[in-house]
Ligand binder design. Sequence first.
Ligand code: RTP
Ligand code: MG
Length: 148
Amino acid sequence: MERTFVMVKPDGVQRNLVGDIVSRFESKGFKLAGAKLMQISQNLAETHYGEHSDKPFFGELVDFITSGPVFAMVWEGENVIATARKMMGATNPQDADVATIRGDFGLTVGKNVIHGSDSEESAKREIELFFLNEELVDYQKDQDTWIY
Ligand code: RTP
Ligand code: MG
């Protein structure tokens, strides 16, 4: 089954949005495979956002993502990578549809509450970057027979 990396950014943690965000993914039918509250180091931030190292906002992005704890998660389920991105909404919360996470909770692109992997390759890379194998759990949930 497909897995993706999702993280509540420091603004979402400070604004007490972790519970709501976890709840949305649970209610949708996805299964949590791993989760932890953590402080991202400078080095991890620069690696994670490496694709943006040439962008003018790179410094700000690294400062922001290391400015407080994040809530890192791995979610599992059919088509979870694309569906998580849909649930998050557009990068700029001002363009994000209502009923998406960024549409409901964000106002500015610099503080847009949540991150989610944008492709299969990113998901694999980011899960490996943030989680040890033994931090991820493979298990059955009774609800799955009512979802699939
Ligand atoms: P993310 O990686 O955080 O999930 O967001 P994303 O895929 O929707 O957007 P991406 O293009 O990967 O950009 C990464 C993060 O950089 C910040 N950003 N700032 N000031 C700006 O113009 C600007 N553009 C992007 C956003 O916080 C975005 O989430
Ligand atoms: Mg991205």
